[in-house]
Design a protein around this ligand. Structure first.
Ligand SMILES: Cc1cc2nc3c(=O)[nH]c(=O)nc-3n(C[C@H](O)[C@H](O)[C@H](O)COP(=O)(O)OP(=O)(O)OC[C@H]3O[C@@H](n4cnc5c(N)ncnc54)[C@H](O)[C@@H]3O)c2cc1C
Length: 395
């Protein structure tokens, strides 16, 4: 039975994963990306078992194992005291409990692996350097319009259009959600540096999480363990633009002037910092007619639960499972997709906000938080999120 024709707007992690899932289900895919090429952008991403299970099923396990790292645990410490507050079991524990690894990867590595797999599928066409400007829904097809580099208007008809076009999604507006994301009052700083230069006490195979009232810091090894990825969250009044606004190291160090010596030594390593702003946008809907959205287009999440890329991957796999051959009503399938995702994503968005409040709480609440974390123990700290990591794609 011939499959559907599917157009995907945006070739980020979500769009690439969706293309691969659709191709494996026998659909023909056109993937349209506004950037002219796939340069290496971003830094670390966490791939918890709910996401890694999907990537392994797509056959990407061997390639990912070559570049990803598998931290043994998260070590939680206080920013200024430097004291160990608690631990979260990762590594072998996660693999055993959820049947899939908890990987951390460089975003560029994941993008390259997905892109290689996408390029090897004859039924996927990639069109770069084209910014989709209009999307229209119709009775028997949907239509996309973009402007080519020579200024000519080009259009494409497809059975289904998927908006994987990121936080400032155009496609989200077309399905009726016209509100803009709102600034959440935080800026994330990211950098990488050679792991050989990490302070010895922080150079182990683990994720470091440092909590404080004015922000928090996360670091873990990436790039087959050769680099350390650091993300430092700072409270801010105004957002910065895009994913890669340059930041002055002195400014970050001033913000973390009260940090424990080991953390300060770590923050002093990177020569170059890039910043992006944290926005929130409550999910309202996932689909309308023949058009659906996924990933950050549907539900930007705060990076306080490390589920941004994972949720985009889950969305993509769910769509792949629910969009069948040409005989089933496409709009019904997309509405089933919305029903599958709405509650889970809303809960994860809320859990991320809650983590932000816990991470950045003032001294009295922090005292209680630290006591509870010490009591819970590493394995129970992981098990709290069985409902996240145990996700299975619908059959
Ligand atoms: C450049 C970049 C760097 C990032 N770096 C990090 C990082 O270091 N750490 C981290 O945690 N997260 C990072 N992220 C975010 C992370 O990738 C996402 O939160 C998560 O993977 C969900 O991805 P997504 O595919 O839904 O959206 P995105 O990764 O945002 O991808 C959306 C894609 O759609 C394309 N697009 C947008 N509008 C149009 C249009 N009209 N027509 C055609 N194409 C369009 C964009 O160019 C982009 O490639 C980055 C995202 C980007 C785009």
């Amino acid at each position: 039975m011939p499959g559907l024709s599917i157009a995907i707007v945006g070739a980020g992690i979500g769009g690439l994963t969706a293309a691969l899932n659709f191709a494996r289900q026998g659909h023909s895919v056109t993937l349209i990306e506004r950037r002219p090429g796939f340069s290496e952008v971003g830094a670390g991403l966490q791939l918890s078992p709910n996401a890694s299970r999907i990537l392994v099923k797509l056959g990407l396990g061997p390639a990912l194992r070559r570049v990803a790292t598998l931290p043994d645990r998260v070590v939680v410490r206080g920013i200024s005291s430097g004291k160990r507050i608690g631990e979260v079991a990762l590594g072998p524990y996660m693999q055993q409990r959820y049947g899939a690894p908890y990987w951390v990867v460089h975003r560029a590595d994941l993008q390259t692996i997905l892109l290689d797999a996408v390029r090897s599928e004859a039924s996927i066409r990639i069109v770069t350097g084209r910014k989709v400007e209009e999307v229209r829904d119709g009775l028997d097809h949907a239509e996309l319009v973009w402007t080519a580099s020579n200024g000519a208007r080009e259009s494409l008809n497809a059975d289904v259009v998927i908006g994987a076009d990121g936080i400032w999604s155009k496609v989200r507006q077309v399905i009726g959600d016209t509100a803009s994301p709102t600034f959440h009052g935080y800026i994330a700083w990211r950098a990488t540096f050679d792991r050989k230069n990490a302070p010895p006490e922080l150079a182990g195979n683990e994720t470091g999480l440092w909590l404080g009232a004015r922000g928090h810091v996360v670091h873990y090894p990436i790039f087959s363990g050769h680099l350390v990825n650091v993300v430092a969250i700072e409270k801010a009044k105004e957002p910065v633009e895009g994913w890669a606004a340059p930041g002055q190291p002195e400014e970050l160090l001033a913000h973390y002037s009260n940090a424990a010596p080991a953390l300060r030594a770590l923050l002093q390593q990177p020569q170059e910092w890039l910043r992006w702003s944290l926005f929130r946008h409550p999910i309202k809907r996932f689909a309308k007619g023949r058009i659906a959205i996924l990933g950050d287009a549907a539900h930007p999440v705060l990076p306080f639960l490390a589920q941004g890329a994972a949720l985009a991957i889950e969305d993509a796999a769910t769509l792949g499972a629910l969009l069948p051959g040409e005989n089933r009503d496409v709009t019904e399938a997309l509405s089933a997709y919305e029903s599958h995702r709405l509650e889970r994503v809303t809960r994860i968005q809320a859990e991320g906000r809650k983590n932000g409040r816990i991470y950045h709480s003032g001294s009295l609440i922090a005292f209680g938080r630290d006591k509870v974390m010490q009591l819970i123990g590493p394995e129970s700290m992981s098990n709290r999120y069985d409902w996240i990591y145990g996700f299975r794609t619908p059959e």
